[in-house]
Design a protein around this ligand. Structure first.
Ligand SMILES: Nc1ncnc2c1ncn2[C@@H]1O[C@H](COP(=O)(O)OP(=O)(O)OP(=O)(O)O)[C@@H](O)[C@H]1O
Length: 474
């Protein structure tokens, strides 16, 4: 039996899996697809240019050993990058890149910029000479890379941020969209990228702005009839950082103007960095054309930090504040506050404050009291499991029926209500809600939320269901 791309790659995976951490394997190797085997050259498809760069940077030696074991000394590796076409064509396009020579894997070293395929566009708003105006970056230097600690939960986003800071507008992560739950470091990372760029390229115009402020400025410009000036101003920026873009949802005028600014910046090789509390696929009431642009570059998630990262963040914070705290207390706080770094830091600040006001030592007991307060305040979120139970009980059915594939109207409605409340009351993504409620996809959940909204307006009985359930769940 001759070797195939699949068989060769599967053998490589076995070897690689034995030699790296499970998390790294999952992140960097599971998404790869073997595509073709031609003589001793194996082509693998990777999801983005960043992915390729990361593999080359961190795993080229391992890949080389694995591949040489399978295909001998003449083994070659070719990456195929699958991307959304950035310039309007619907079809994604692919780009082939041989592995670099660093690992002496056969193919010659190649610099592989992804070439801009669009012609240079003239900016109708540029007034000669205006380039010299100075724009305050609004960056907070206290949020930098040095104090943004690295862990499994943020490695991808942090490294992509670094890559962007090293070469703003010159990587394929444009835009770079950093998303994640509340208090997980989106704003910190966004500033850190800007601060690093300002350090490296002081002449570049960097601007940090929240989507809320951007919206206010835009509304103001419409009122004052200075919309063109507004657009023009933003088109002068080299690195535009917009925080909390989910705020634009439902604001079609602001979305429209942002769309034009975004296109201009992108076409001119300027860098756009966005943050959001959800992934593009979960954003509601954002125009499709804007969403598709958000997906052009890289969407990198900040996940809940693991225990080790939480401990290092706490230790680092204490160190910077010049405070000493026993390890068992740090350990207690880190074990009990898991999903929000702001709260993690808040608990420690509160501990320090309490102990100095009351002139008490920081004891485990005090830590327990403080943490309990924090945890109580954040435990308000109900689980999707609980929502399904409440909804099923209310309609006198069991959870399995609610999750079943049946299309009977009352069961479908119960399921849609469960999805609706899961979206309203939890921070779970549409995809995650769908998979937990009967293994549906995100589009089904979105449809359910819309249907419930519509029925709430038109159907009195249905409105009563919503009200009753809302009471039971709150
Ligand atoms: N990796 C990290 N290392 C050190 N500190 C961190 C890290 N991640 C977050 N923090 C700290 O946690 C706090 C919350 O971070 P930040 O305000 O950036 O979160 P956010 O995701 O923007 O929150 P929100 O959703 O409320 O906008 C900040 O004080 C930040 O410095």
């Amino acid at each position: 039996m001759g070797a195939t791309a699949n068989s060769v790659w599967n053998n490589c995976l076995v070897f690689i899996n034995d030699n790296i951490q499970p998390q790294a394997f999952k992140t960097w190797f599971e998404p790869i697809k073997p595509v073709k085997l031609c003589d001793s050259a194996l082509s693998i498809q990777v999801p983005s240019k960043f992915f390729y760069e990361w593999l080359e940077e961190h795993y080229v030696k391992l890949l080389k050993v694995a591949l040489t074991k399978e295909l001998g000394d003449t083994a070659k590796l070719v990456y195929i990058i699958r991307m959304e076409n950035t310039y309007g064509n619907k079809e994604p396009f692919t780009e082939k890149i041989p592995s670099s020579n660093r690992g002496n894997m056969g193919a010659q070293e190649m610099d592989v910029p992804i070439k801009s395929k669009n012609p240079q566009l003239k900016n109708p708003f540029v007034i000669p000479g205006i380039r010299n105006i100075k724009i305050e970056s609004q960056l907070n230097p206290n949020y930098n890379f040095d104090n943004f600690l690295e862990g499994d939960s943020n490695r991808l986003a942090r490294s992509a941020g670094m890559a962007v800071a090293n070469k703003p507008g010159g990587t394929s992560f444009n835009p770079l969209l950093v998303f994640g739950g509340v208090g997980l470091g989106k704003t910190h990372l966004a500033h850190a990228i800007g601060v690093e760029i300002k350090d490296k390229y002081p002449e570049r115009t960097v601007l940090y702005i929240s989507a809320e402020k951007f919206t206010q400025q835009y509304i103001e410009s419409v009122k004052k009839n200075t919309r063109n000036d507004f657009i023009h101003f933003y088109q002068l920026i080299d690195v535009l950082i917009i925080d909390d873009v989910q705020f634009l949802s439902g604001k079609s005028g602001t979305q429209d103007v942002f769309f034009h600014i975004f296109n201009h910046l992108h076409q001119n090789g300027k860098q756009v960095i966005l943050t959001s509390d959800k992934a593009p696929v979960d954003m509601q009431d954002i125009e499709q054309r804007l969403l598709s642009r958000f997906k052009w570059g890289l969407s990198a998630e900040l996940q809940n930090p693991d225990y080790e990262t939480r401990v290092s963040i706490l230790k680092n914070k204490l160190y910077r504040d010049g405070v000493e705290m026993p390890d068992d207390i740090i350990d207690y706080v880190a074990k009990n506050i898991k999903t929000n770094i702001r709260e993690l830091e808040g608990a420690v600040i509160s501990l320090i404050a309490q102990s100095s006001f009351n002139k008490k030592e920081v004891t485990l007991e005090l830590a327990q009291q403080v943490v309990e307060k924090f945890v109580k305040n954040t435990k308000r979120e109900v689980s999707i499991e609980y929502i399904q139970k409440v909804v099923s009980d209310y309609f006198e059915m069991d959870v399995a029926t609610l999750q079943s594939k049946t299309r009977k109207r009352h069961i479908v409605q119960a399921r849609q209500l469960a999805m609706f409340f899961a979206k309203k009351l939890t921070k779970a993504s549409l995809a995650s809600i769908g998979s937990q409620i009967g293994k549906r996809d995100h589009a089904t959940v979105l449809h359910a939320c819309k249907t419930v909204d519509n029925l709430a307006e038109t159907d009195k009985q249905f409105r009563k269901y919503i009200e009753d359930l809302r009471k039971k769940l709150s």
